[in-house]
Design a protein around this ligand. Structure first.
Ligand code: HEM
Ligand SMILES: *[C@@H]1O[C@H](CO)[C@@H](O)[C@H](O)[C@H]1NC(C)=O
Ligand SMILES: *[C@@H]1O[C@H](CO)[C@@H](O)[C@H](O)[C@H]1NC(C)=O
Length: 328
């Protein structure tokens, strides 16, 4: 009797604590969400990203992109991590393309050991992206936390909502706007292409072929190099998105665009396309960031926080997954 009373009391206390802290933090995300429940969460993620990038520097870029592709579909809810035939990870923009799932798995195993069922997979992805940026030489920003994990993936949403390198800037701007991001965010966040790689299949439309004389907004020497990289392959050969400084997070991505050295059509279009939104907005931003790296870094911080706040599940919505690849 004594024992069950204690248990009851304990349950009540825990319940009260949960209710209180939930009330206090409201529905928003905060930087100190795990300060009491899992204070070493940042350190754990940081260590995993550090060692993954020591093994392969590109992994920083891959983790950044994983967060982007998570947030654009059902909000930042870890839905991209869910396995299964209907998974987002098998949608066209993600399949054979998005990387980093194993790093998130390893992070989650450590987090579950340390503070079981406390830290969401969606937050692990957001933190991993931030350290990927930092360890690539980019800006540090304090990641907002407190996202909960979604119960379902949305494959159709990924095919519809994620931008493609083959669409024009106006329609990319529209896709960002659909999730609450503006034209400046498009230009700033495209600066993520200062790191990482892309496959021939995603830019060979710009090269000379039997049906095309090649994209006039692509530098001729660069086009020739890409041509020989991609020739005869299956489209999976890769090259750096930023030809000037492949692995360094810097403003060179924007400088490349001024000299027709953007890799994807959607990169070069921000400077070279004849669309209205380019003339009115994106071209000038590209010029600004190409000379002002400080401004790029501070705007990048702000846009990442904004992207990381797309429709989060909070409060009692969603769950804290035990394993990132399956709902509980
Ligand atoms: C503006 C519209 C965007 C388009 C059309 C686009 C398209 C692409 C494509 C086609 C690739 C190469 C995929 C492959 O080779 O399989 C790529 C890679 C990448 N994207 Fe984007 N992207 C966009 C915006 C973003 C944003 C907002 C971020 C992050 C904030 C981002 C981060 C990255 C990174 C880091 C890589 C390299 C990944 C790696 O090396 O594993 N992209 N993107
Ligand atoms: C790339 O590799 C994947 C997996 O091996 C394969 O299914 C695909 O056809 C290849 N080519 C392209 C363009 O994705
Ligand atoms: C951009 O592409 C969309 C969809 O294909 C098309 O409807 C629109 O007219 C294009 N806009 C411009 C400015 O080229």
């Amino acid at each position: 009797m004594e024992y069950s009373h204690c248990r009851l009391l304990l349950v009540c206390t825990v319940l009260a604590m949960c209710l209180c802290s939930r009330g206090a933090r409201g529905d928003g995300l905060t930087t100190n969400f795990y300060d009491y429940t899992c204070p070493r969460v940042n350190t754990v993620v940081q260590q995993h990203v550090f060692s993954a990038m020591r093994a392969e520097r590109r992994m920083g870029a891959s983790l950044l992109r994983l967060h982007f592709h998570d947030c654009f579909v059902n909000g930042c809810d870890g839905s991209i991590l869910l396995d299964g035939d209907d998974g987002e990870k098998f949608a066209r923009p993600n399949k054979n393309s998005v990387r980093g799932y194993e790093v998130i798995d390893a992070i989650k195993v450590d987090l579950e050991r340390m503070c079981p069922e406390v830290v969401s997979c969606a937050d692990a992805v957001a933190l991993a992206a931030a350290y990927g940026v930092l360890f690539s030489g980019g800006p540090y920003y304090r990641v907002l936390l407190g996202r909960r994990d979604g119960l379902v993936a949305n494959k159709a949403g990924a095919e519809k909502g994620l931008p493609s390198p083959f669409e024009n800037i106006s329609s990319i701007v529209q896709k960002f706007s659909d999730v609450g991001l503006d034209t400046t965010d498009v230009v700033v966040l495209s600066g993520a292409h200062t790191i990482g790689r892309a496959r021939c299949a995603l830019f060979s439309n710009r090269l000379t072929s039997t049906t095309s004389s090649g994209d006039p907004t692509l530098d001729a020497t660069m086009a020739a190099n890409l041509q020989s990289l991609c020739a005869g392959g299956d489209g999976n050969q890769t090259t750096a998105l930023d030809v000037s400084s492949a692995d360094a997070f810097d403003k060179k991505y924007y400088q490349n665009l001024l000299t027709k050295k953007g890799l994807l059509s959607s990169d070069q279009g921000l400077f070279s396309s004849d669309e209205d939104v380019v003339a009115s907005t994106t071209r000038a931003l590209v010029q600004k960031y190409s000379v002002d790296g400080e401004q790029f870094f501070s705007d990048f911080r702000a846009s990442m926080v904004k992207m990381g706040s797309i429709s989060p599940l909070t409060g009692n919505d969603g769950e804290i997954r035990c394993k990132c690849r399956v709902a509980n």
